[in-house]
Design a protein around this ligand. Structure first.
Ligand SMILES: [Zn+2]
Length: 503
């Protein structure tokens, strides 16, 4: 121990730097996509966490050197946890340890991670004093640098590739835009177009799925929709089996161009055709999926206390789809289960977005509101009455998951009906509402093709719009029908089909 008895400032500096560097790295790679406040927030949290970890482990070992060493290793494990889990722990658990005692699964990923951490603590305790110098500490910098170099190179490659596919896509899409622009009303004066609400409940299934797979009868909810003027086509399905594909297709009123690879999803989503045309018609576009806090602050004037504001900021930071926190916290995925905060955050985020949807109805201007809710998408966090849901581990996994799916569905049913009533009440002109699942809940992870495409697809199209619907309509045609009926375009309907790689 003697050679490590004097504290060196670098011992504290190193863990802090190691903890902060992936975040700085991500920011450098994607400066436009990350807000400065989120960057600052992420840096504060990580550096503080590293310093606290260093302090605690030094106290634990009563040695600053060991504290620094173990902090370095743990931070490294933390950032590397995803590959470690996928390449090491998952295969081990599959082949050797996945057995149950009295219905309780023993030694699954979480326990193995814990063992890994304990072994690390022990090894440091046992052997750290044998290290002659703190050279070993510096070793952690090398994989870090290597990691940065590789990912920078990869990133440069993807940026180059996606720039060229964006260009290809824009050329292709321009023809479509020109055609539609010619057909749209040239003047919007004295036109009283209805507000449009596009509500996506991620992973929401069809009645057929719920009854077949879950033994759950969802017809009372569908009846509630129908009594409010919704039309629910019976032979519908989603065109794609995943969120990115579905939404990129729906919001652009087209199937994805197969010859353009990789598909520029991000670009297609951000600059989607539907919002582009609607803005031309004088609509305000409210995207409650991205930048939701900004939207909320600028447009919706939500009255909230400072604490609520902070919590919201924290939620968005950690779990909003486009935040740095989400990317950085992906390293935590397996640890999420430990943290009740995570699930509470998901609950709060869903509630906030519901609230924002309700608030959006008060906006005076003509609007297109795109509200996307990560429910009943797993992880399931709500029971029917809105209290926290926790999975029943004594039940087989599938049964427990489907049960959670139904509970989330029942919860969101009740909340979304409330929102729809608010929308209907606050709309001066009867509004257009699409309430849809983007894809189904595929618990079999690709083994069953059927469930992926089993979605709820419902339309509230006033002033005769419902009559343009037909039993086998799929989401790719939703906005074509709406544009044709309300804005006088003559867009041909596309063949309703499932668009997989093969067809
Ligand atoms: Zn989805």
């Amino acid at each position: 121990m003697e050679e490590h008895s004097t504290f060196k400032f670098t011992w504290l500096l190193q863990p802090v730097l190691i903890a902060a560097s992936p975040i700085i790295h991500m920011f450098v790679l994607n400066p436009d996509g990350i807000s400065k406040s989120h960057l600052f927030f992420a840096l504060t949290i990580t550096t503080a966490a590293a310093a606290i970890l260093f302090l605690l482990s030094s106290l634990f070992y009563r040695s600053l050197f060991k504290g620094a060493l173990v902090t370095n290793i743990l931070i490294f494990l933390f950032y590397a946890s995803v590959p470690i889990i996928h390449n090491l722990l998952v295969p081990i658990s599959k082949y050797y340890f996945d057995f149950t005692i009295a219905g309780i699964r023993i030694l699954r990923i979480k326990s193995m991670l814990l063992i890994l951490v304990l072994v690390t603590l022990f090894l440091v305790h046992r052997y750290a004093t044998k290290l002659k110098s703190d050279f070993f500490l510096k070793l952690f910098i090398f994989p870090l640098l290597l990691f940065f170099a590789i990912s920078l190179a990869k990133r440069t490659q993807t940026v180059q590739k996606s720039n060229s596919t964006v260009e290809q896509y824009n050329n292709l899409n321009q023809t479509f835009r020109d055609t539609v622009l010619k057909q749209l009303p040239q003047t919007t004066k004295n036109k009283n177009f209805p507000d449009i609400y596009f509500i996506i409940l991620d992973c929401y299934n069809s009645q057929e799925y719920y009854s077949k797979m879950c033994g759950f009868d969802n017809t009372p909810f569908l009846d509630q929709l129908k009594s409010r003027g919704f039309h629910i086509p019976v032979k519908t399905h989603s065109n794609y089996g995943a969120t990115l594909q579905s939404l990129s297709s729906i919001l652009n009123m087209n199937y994805l161009p197969k010859h353009i690879q990789p598909t520029p999803f991000e670009h297609m989503w951000k600059n989607n055709n539907v919002s582009f045309f609607l803005k031309k018609l004088g609509y305000k576009y409210l995207d409650l999926y991205r930048n939701s806090l900004e939207q909320c602050k600028n447009n919706l004037k939500c009255n909230r206390s400072l604490w609520q504001e902070l919590k919201h900021e924290l939620n968005l930071f950690c779990f909003d789809y486009y935040s740095i926190g989400r990317y950085f916290l992906q390293a935590w995925t397996p640890l999420y289960q430990f943290i009740s905060f995570y699930k509470e955050s998901l609950r709060q985020t869903i509630k906030l977005k519901l609230n924002m949807l309700n608030e959006s109805t008060k906006l005076q201007s003509q609007k297109f509101v795109y509200a996307h809710f990560m429910i009943p998408h797993p992880p399931h966090v709500f029971t029917e009455d809105g209290s926290p849901f926790s999975p029943d581990n004594s039940k087989p996994e599938l049964e427990s998951a489907l049960y959670g799916h139904v509970e989330s569905t029942k919860y969101v049913n009740r909340e979304i009906i409330k929102s729809i009533d608010i929308i209907l009440k606050n709309s001066k002109t009867p509004p257009i509402i699409i309430l849809q699942g983007d894809h189904g809940y595929d618990y079999t992870y690709g083994k069953s093709n059927w469930s992926k495409y089993q979605i709820l697809n419902s339309y509230h199209l006033p002033q005769g719009g419902n009559k343009k619907l037909y039993p086998s309509i799929t989401p790719v045609n939703s906005f074509r029908i709406i544009f044709n009926h309300y804005f006088g375009t003559k867009l041909p309907l596309l063949v309703d089909r499932i668009a997989t790689k093969e067809n």
